[in-house]
Design a protein around this ligand. Structure first.
Ligand SMILES: *Cc1c(COP(=O)(O)O)cnc(C)c1O
Length: 366
């Protein structure tokens, strides 16, 4: 080994050196090995996945697509974008598909952010907004969330001439709080014309009503909406999400994305799952029953809960960090929220009735 003057770190782009890494929910196999458990006995209520499994239509299509996986996927996602256009009464040019909606948010940041730009979002908003901002050297502007709820007036007030993007998730992850569609529309309409408003609707399928930004989009407002197949459609492991926006913004994002960013089985699954209305309906039913079950159980245990309508609840649990470990030892994986500045809180994904019961029983033992 010679003596070298420069390390890789010396050569790296500056933002990379301080970029935080995303902390994902712990996988079943990893927890099973660590605690000496049978993986089949472990339940994961840590990543807001669908407890009913994948959409059956999506799964069948993915299996079939694997037979021709020697072929590249359709990089343009032609058929999925046509289906999305029909679903939303827009054109295929209004849609870009990503490797999860995570990717479309990174594309947005890559296309529009540079050092000196500011990005506004709630202090306990989905962490990807902060990661995407920092990755391109821009400045995060976290806005306090009283009672862990978005304060839309405060978000608006945090916008300055340097602001390039405002991110809002409704329902928000990890808090679960939802904003009224009329309030979201008012915020979007109030922003200066050089600010992009990105509404993250990862959990919109679980709501009775969500904000319709299409009229604002059609009127030329800089609003984009992201959605995902990871939650209500049960396809998290395949990684498909999309962004809806004006053809102009979609064309710019297409310049930035990789040629085949969405893989072949994923694309086939998403196309088929979009028609699986029965599965999404059942998902919603099981979820609202599960939310009621968890809220009642947590109330019996005297745990504070943030009211939410997504497929998870944030709950204040005594000694949450130790509880997280003890639950894993009992074969139940949840998510600690200290990384979100919510020390003492755990995020609990809604499972099947039996899984929820098991979670509540283990919490009661603590
Ligand atoms: C889960 C989630 C997403 C979706 O991520 P994918 O990359 O599509 O799997 C996006 N936003 C929020 C707020 C989420 O919780």
């Amino acid at each position: 080994m010679g003596t070298f003057m420069a390390s890789y770190s010396d050569l790296a782009n500056r933002p990379v050196l301080t970029q935080p890494t995303y902390e994902a929910g712990r996988p079943i196999e990893v927890v099973a090995r660590e605690f000496g458990l049978d993986p089949a006995s472990v339940i994961k209520l840590a990543s807001n996945e669908n407890p009913l499994g994948p959409s059956p239509l999506g799964l069948a299509a993915a299996r079939k697509a694997l037979e021709v996986c020697h072929l590249y996927p359709d990089g343009g996602c032609t058929f999925l974008r046509e289906k999305l256009a029909a679903k939303w009464a827009l054109t295929p040019a209004h849609f870009i598909v990503g490797n999860g909606s995570n990717e479309v948010m990174i594309l947005l940041a890559q296309a529009f952010l540079r050092p000196g730009d500011e990005v506004v979002f709630g202090e306990q908003a989905f962490i990807v907004y902060k990661l995407a901002t920092l990755l391109f050297g821009a400045t995060p502007v976290p806005v306090p969330m009283p009672g862990y709820r978005h304060d839309l007036k405060a978000l608006r007030a945090a916008v300055t001439p340097k602001t390039r993007i405002v991110f809002l998730a409704s329902p928000n992850n990890p808090t679960g709080g939802t904003d009224a569609p009329a309030d979201i529309l008012a915020l979007a309409a109030s922003l200066p014309e050089d600010v992009i408003f990105c509404l993250d609707e990862a959990y919109a399928e679980y709501l009775d009503a969500s904000a319709d930004l299409r009229p604002l989009m059609q009127s030329g407002r800089k609003v984009v909406v992201s959605r995902t197949f990871s939650k209500a459609y049960g396809l998290a492991g395949l990684r498909v999400g999309y962004l809806m926006g004006s053809p102009e913004v979609v064309a710019l994002l297409n310049r930035v994305r990789q040629p085949f960013n969405v893989n072949l089985p994923a694309l086939a699954a998403a196309e088929a799952a979009l028609d699986d209305e029965a599965f999404v309906r059942r998902t919603r039913e099981v979820n609202s029953a599960g939310i009621a079950q968890l809220k009642a159980g947590l109330a019996r245990l005297g745990c504070e809960v943030i009211d939410g309508h997504a497929n998870f609840l944030a709950a204040r649990i005594p000694e949450a960090e130790q509880a997280f470990t003890k639950l894993q030892r009992a074969g139940v994986i949840v998510r600690p929220l200290a990384g979100y500045g919510m020390k003492g809180w755990l995020r609990l994904t809604v499972g099947t009735a039996a899984q929820n019961e098991r979670l509540l029983a283990e919490l009661a033992k603590l």
